[in-house]
Design a protein around this ligand. Structure first.
Ligand SMILES: Nc1nc2c(c(=O)[nH]1)N[C@H]1C(S)=C(S)[C@@H](COP(=O)(O)OP(=O)(O)OC[C@H]3O[C@@H](n4cnc5c(=O)[nH]c(N)nc54)[C@H](O)[C@@H]3O)O[C@H]1N2
Ligand SMILES: Nc1nc2c(c(=O)[nH]1)N[C@H]1C(S)=C(S)[C@@H](COP(=O)(O)OP(=O)(O)OC[C@H]3O[C@@H](n4cnc5c(=O)[nH]c(N)nc54)[C@H](O)[C@@H]3O)O[C@H]1N2
Ligand code: SF4
Ligand SMILES: [Mo]
Length: 849
C-alpha cells in the first residue's frame, strides 16, 4: 500500500472510531488504533484462530498496553518436517483487525428493529447477564429443545471457545443438538455410504510424490489452505519431490492458484455437472472390456458390492445373513435397509444404459452437459486406466451443491473403478487425511437432549421445529420416521458465528424470519459489529485473540506438521470485553450453576495449567520440539512447539491388504456402490420442496441428476442464464476479516467474467453490475478474465451483507445488497440426504448498475 493511502486510511479509521455503531461516548479510550507510547517492546505469542484449517502462530509486539506490530513465525530454520508456520496475509493484518473501528466495546441491547445497526444502546454486564438468564429460563420452560447454540466456526480457541456455552447449557438442562457442518455435509454422507468413512480419509498429501497421475476436482489447496505449514504447502512440496508424475489434470470452473502453470490440463467444467463427467469416464472404463476384465473387475469382485445385478443380489443376501446373526437389536434396520435394495438398480446397467435404464452415459452425452469435449473425457479415462498410482481428490466445492451427495458418490466411483486403491501414490477421492498434535479442551459434559437437527435447518426450526420429523427433515434421535421434534427454537446463542445471517443461505429470507420471530431471543457474542449481530437482542463483546491466553493446536488441515501454541495476552482485555469462559461463567452464576460451571479449576489460569498438563500427557512428548516445560506459564514464554507427524496415510490400505480382518464401517464391510440405507431412504423419506423447486432425489446407486438451478434446469435458465461459481477467497475466511481494509485492497471482491459474456453485455473491467435472481440482488464490480469460461461467472463468498442505505431495490424488487454477500443469492433448500447446504448452486442474471 502506498504511504499516502495508508495515512488516509488511518485517518478514516480514527474518524470512524468515534462514530462506530457501538453508541460509545467519545472517550479517548475509544479512539482506535491508539497512539503507541514510546517504551520497551514486549513480545507475546498469539494465534490466528479462524476456520481455515490452520491456526498460524502470530508474534505480537506491544508497548505499554498498545499493540505495535505483528510478525509471523520464523523462529526455526525452515527445514521441511519441522518448518516455519508462516501466516498468510490475513494473520499478518491482525493488528488492523484487533483495532478495527467496529470492535464491540461493551454489552448492548436492541431498542430498534432487528437488523438496524443504530438501534442498540450500551448496557451494563449485570443487565445483559440477568436478561439473558431470564430469557433462557423462559425457553427452558418451553423445552430444552428450544435452546440452540448456532454454528460458530469463527474462533478455534482451545479453552475460551464457544464450547463454554455448551458446557453452560448442559448444566442448565441441555440444548438442541445439530449434526453435520456447512463444509462437508453432503460428502460426509457420500463417503459414509461408499467407504464407511467420514470423507477426510484420502491419502496424505505427502504421499502424492509417488503418484504418476493426478486428478484434482474442485481441489484448490493453495487458496483454501494458505498457511505456510498447511495442506497447500504440502501439496507444492510433494509435487516438487515427485519424479514420476506424467500428468496433472485440474477440473474447476475457475483457473485457481493451485494451478498457475503446475497443471497440464485445466478443464473448466460447468458447475454442478461433475457427476456427468464421472459417469462418462466410467462408461469408457467399463466398455474397455480387456482392461476392465483384467484390472478393474478383480478389484470390484473382491472389495465391492453393488456393481452389477448379481452383486446387488449377493449384497442383499449378505445383509440378511448379518441381520439374522445380529443380537444387538440393530438388525431391525439392517433387514429393512436390505429389503429396499433392488438388483435392477445397479451401477453397471445404469452407466451402460441397460436393463431398466435407457441412456448410455457416453462421453458424447457428457460433453453436452459438462462442456468438456468427449475426446478429452476419453483421454482422461485412458490416463486413469494406464496409471500405476492415480491420485484422485475431490474438494468440497462439489459437495456444497444441490444433490451434492450424488455428485460426490459419482466421483468416488472413479477411484474404485481404477482398481488401484491401497497403493502408495493413489487416493480414493476423499480429502487427504490430516494429522496434528491435538490438545485437551474444556469438557462440555453430557447433553440430556437426545434429538438433533441438521445444522442447516435451524432457520426453519424457528417456526417449524414442532413438526419437523426424520422423514421430512432428517431429524435424528426421535422415535421413528414421523415423530415430530416437538419444539420451536426460542433462544439462539450465536457465538463466534456469522451463520445467523451472512453465512447461511438466502439472506433476505433469514432476515425476514428473524424480524418476524417476536418471541425469539437472540444473543450474539462477537468481537465486531457483524451483519448478523445487528439481528441480536443482546450483543456481548468478546476479547480478541491478541488479548487472550489459551492453548491451541494446529487445527484440522495443517498438513503433516503438528504444532501447539501457548498463547499469552499481549494486552489487557480492551474496553469492557470479556472472554467466552468469563461470559459463560457469569450467566452460569445467574442460572444458579456457577460453581459447577467453574468446576475444580475455577480460574482461567488454573484451567489452562490443567489443560496444558493433560495435553502434554496426550502427546507423550515424543518428538516435540522444544520439549514441553513443566507448567503452562513456562510454555507461554516459549510460545510454539512443533512435531513432525510423519503422516504417510494411504487411503484404504489396511482394508485392501486384509478385507476380512479390516472390514470397512459400511453395513457389508465392503466398498458399497449400491447403498441399502440410501435405497431405504429413497423409498421412505420425503423431499420437502421448501422453495417449490424440483430435482432433489435419493437413489441407491450414484447417479447424475438434473437439479434445480443447475446447468440443465429449464425452469430458471431463461430468466437466469448465468451459473455463478462461488469460492472461498484469499481475502477472508468466510465473513471473518472482511472489515480489514488492507485485505479489501489486496484481494478485490469482483465478479469474474469471460470476455465473451462481457462483450455481449457491453461491460468493461471495473463496471459496477447488479447480479440478481428471484431471491435478491447484489452490486459488485466486474473483472474480465480468461480464468472463467463463458456462461459462468465467479465470486468469492463471505462479503458482509449491507442493505442499500436509501433502500434502492433491484430487478426483482428486493433491496440491493451493496455489500455483495453471495448468500443474498443462494437458496435455502436442504439437500436430500444430508439436509445440508447447497450454497454453490446458483443461477443469476446480470445488468449494468
Ligand atoms: N482463504 C480461505 N480459505 C479457507 C476458507 C475461506 O473462507 N477462505 N474457508 C475454510 C473452510 S471452513 C472450508 S469448508 C474450506 C472450503 O474448501 P473448498 O470447499 O475446497 O473451497 P471452495 O472455494 O468452496 O471450493 C473449491 C473449488 O471448487 C470450485 N468449484 C465450485 N463449483 C464447482 C463445481 O461445480 N465443480 C467443480 N469441479 N469445481 C467447483 C471453486 O471454483 C473452488 O476453486 O476452505 C477453508 N479455507
Ligand atoms: N454462499 C456460501 N456460504 C457459505 C459457504 C460457501 O462456500 N458459500 N461456506 C460455508 C462454510 S464451509 C462455513 S464453515 C461457514 C462458516 O460460517 P461461520 O462459522 O459463521 O464463519 P465466519 O464467517 O468466519 O464467522 C465467524 C464469526 O466469528 C466471529 N469471531 C471471530 N473471532 C472471534 C472471537 O474470538 N470471539 C468471538 N466471539 N467471535 C469471533 C467473526 O467476527 C464472525 O462473525 O460458512 C458457510 N457459508
Ligand atoms: S487465515 Fe489461516 S493461513 Fe492465514 S494466518 Fe490465519 S490461520 Fe494462518
Ligand atoms: Mo467450512
Amino acid at each position: 500500500m502506498e504511504r499516502r493511502s495508508f495515512l488516509k486510511m488511518s485517518a478514516a479509521l480514527s474518524a470512524a472510531a468515534t462514530v462506530s455503531g457501538c453508541n460509545s461516548s467519545s472517550k479517548d479510550a475509544d479512539v482506535v488504533p491508539p497512539q503507541p507510547p514510546v517504551g520497551e517492546e514486549k513480545v507475546n505469542w498469539s494465534s490466528c484462530l479462524v476456520n481455515c484449517g490452520s491456526n498460524c502462530p502470530i508474534k505480537v509486539f506491544s508497548r505499554d498496553g498498545v499493540i505495535t506490530r505483528v510478525e509471523t513465525d520464523h523462529e526455526v530454520e525452515d527445514v521441511y518436517g519441522l518448518h516455519q508456520v508462516r501466516a498468510c496475509a490475513r494473520g499478518r493484518s491482525l493488528r488492523q483487525r484487533t483495532y478495527a473501528p467496529d470492535r464491540l466495546k461493551r454489552p448492548m441491547k436492541r431498542v430498534g428493529e432487528r437488523g438496524d445497526a443504530a438501534g442498540f444502546v450500551p448496557i451494563s454486564w449485570e443487565e445483559a447477564v440477568s436478561t439473558i438468564a431470564q430469557k433462557l429460563k423462559e425457553a427452558y420452560a418451553v423445552s430444552p429443545k428450544s435452546v440452540f447454540r448456532s454454528y460458530g466456526s469463527g474462533a478455534y480457541y482451545g479453552f475460551a471457545s464457544n464450547a463454554n456455552f455448551n458446557r453452560l447449557f448442559n448444566l442448565c438442562g441441555g440444548y438442541l443438538n445439530a449434526y453435520g457442518n456447512y463444509s462437508w455435509a453432503q460428502q460426509m454422507e457420500a463417503a459414509k455410504h461408499t467407504f464407511g468413512t467420514g470423507s477426510t480419509m484420502g491419502s496424505a498429501t505427502a504421499t502424492l510424490d509417488y503418484s504418476d497421475f493426478f486428478l484434482g476436482i474442485a481441489y484448490n489447496p493453495n487458496e483454501i489452505r494458505q498457511s505456510g505449514s498447511g495442506e497447500g504447502y504440502d501439496f507444492v512440496q510433494a509435487l516438487k519431490r515427485n519424479t514420476r508424475l506424467k500428468k496433472m489434470v485440474m477440473i474447476d470452473p475457475r483457473y485457481t492458484d493451485s494451478m498457475l502453470g503446475k497443471e497440464d490440463m485445466w478443464l473448466p467444467i460447468r458447475p454442478g455437472t461433475d457427476a456427468a463427467f464421472a459417469e462418462a469416464v466410467a462408461y469408457v472404463m467399463i466398455s474397455s472390456t480387456n482392461w476392465f476384465n483384467s484390472k478393474s473387475k478383480p478389484f470390484i469382485d473382491k472389495y465391492c458390492f453393488g456393481f452389477d445385478y448379481d452383486s446387488v443380489v449377493a449384497q442383499k443376501a449378505e445383509l440378511i445373513a448379518l441381520a439374522d446373526k445380529d443380537t444387538s437389536g440393530k438388525s431391525e434396520h439392517l433387514r429393512e435397509y436390505s429389503e429396499a435394495l433392488n438388483p435392477e438398480e445397479n451401477y453397471r446397467d445404469y452407466i451402460l444404459g441397460q436393463g431398466i435404464y435407457s441412456i448410455q452415459r457416453t462421453p458424447e452425452w457428457a460433453e453436452k452437459i459438462t462442456g468438456i469435449a468427449a475426446d478429452t473425457i476419453k483421454e482422461i479415462a485412458d490416463e486413469l486406466m494406464g496409471a500405476k498410482a492415480p491420485y484422485i481428490v475431490v474438494g468440497a466445492g462439489v459437495n456444497r451443491q444441490a444433490n451434492g451427495e450424488q455428485s460426490m458418490r459419482a466421483l468416488y466411483m472413479l477411484s474404485v473403478l481404477t482398481g488401484k486403491l491401497g497403493i502408495e501414490g493413489a487416493s480414493n477421492g476423499e480429502l487427504p487425511r490430516m494429522t496434528g498434535m491435538g490438545r485437551a479442551g474444556i469438557p462440555t459434559g453430557d447433553n440430556p437432549v437426545k434429538e438433533s437437527i441438521s445444522f442447516f435447518t435451524w432457520s426453519e426450526a424457528i417456526n417449524h421445529g414442532e413438526t419437523m420429523t426424520a422423514r421430512t427433515h432428517g431429524v435424528r434421535g426421535t422415535d421413528g420416521l414421523d415423530a415430530p421434534l416437538g419444539a420451536n427454537i426460542k433462544f439462539i446463542f450465536s457465538a463466534s458465528d456469522s451463520s445467523l445471517l451472512n453465512q447461511h443461505a438466502e439472506i433476505n429470507n433469514t432476515a425476514q424470519i428473524l424480524r418476524d420471530a417476536q418471541d425469539l431471543f437472540v444473543v450474539s457474542c462477537d468481537c465486531w459489529m457483524t451483519p448478523g449481530a445487528k439481528f441480536a437482542d443482546i450483543i456481548l463483546p468478546d476479547t480478541s485473540w491478541l488479548e487472550s491466553n489459551d492453548l491451541v493446536d494446529n487445527s484440522y488441515a495443517a498438513g503433516s506438521l503438528g504444532y501447539l501454541t501457548a498463547m499469552s495476552a499481549a494486552v489487557e482485555p480492551m474496553w469492557e470485553c470479556k472472554s467466552m469462559y468469563e461470559i459463560a461463567a457469569l450467566i452460569a452464576d445467574e442460572m444458579g450453576v456457577g460453581n459447577e460451571f467453574r468446576g475444580e479449576h475455577v480460574t482461567e489460569e488454573a484451567w489452562l495449567d490443567y489443560l496444558y498438563k493433560e495435553t502434554v500427557k496426550m502427546t507423550a512428548n515424543n518428538g516435540v520440539q522444544p520439549a514441553f516445560p513443566a507448567t503452562y506459564k513456562e510454555a507461554q514464554q516459549i510460545g510454539v512447539f512443533r512435531k513432525d507427524m510423519l503422516n504417510r496415510h494411504v487411503a484404504l490400505q489396511d482394508f485392501v491388504n486384509d478385507p476380512v480382518g479390516n472390514k470397512l464401517a459400511t453395513p457389508t464391510g465392503k466398498i458399497e456402490i449400491a447403498s441399502s440405507e440410501l435405497a431405504w431412504r429413497a423409498k421412505y423419506w420425503t423431499q420437502e420442496d421448501v422453495t417449490g423447486v424440483k430435482g432433489d432425489t435419493i437413489t441407491a446407486i450414484p447417479q447424475y441428476t438434473v437439479t434445480w438451478d443447475g446447468y440443465e434446469d429449464k425452469d430458471t435458465a431463461t430468466d437466469y442464464p448465468l451459473q455463478l461459481a462461488t469460492y472461498h477467497t484469499k481475502g477472508r475466511t468466510h465473513s471473518s476479516y472482511h472489515n480489514v481494509p488492507w485485505l479489501r485492497e489486496a484481494v478485490e471482491d469482483a465478479l469474474w467474467m469471460n470476455q465473451v459474456d462481457a462483450d455481449e453485455k457491453g461491460l468493461s473491467s471495473g463496471d459496477m453490475v447488479e447480479v440478481y435472481n428471484e431471491r435478491g440482488s447484489i452490486e459488485v464490480p466486474v473483472k474480465i478474465t480468461p480464468r472463467v469460461a463463458p456462461n459462468v461467472v465467479a465470486l468469492g463468498q463471505g462479503a458482509w451483507y449491507l442493505a442499500d442505505a436509501k433502500g434502492r431495490t433491484g430487478a426483482t424488487g428486493k433491496v440491493i445488497d451493496v455489500g455483495g454477500a453471495v448468500n443474498t443469492l443462494t437458496r435455502y433448500q436442504p439437500s436430500p440426504v444430508a439436509k445440508g447446504n447447497p450454497q454453490l448452486t446458483i443461477r443469476v442474471q446480470i445488468r449494468k448498475a
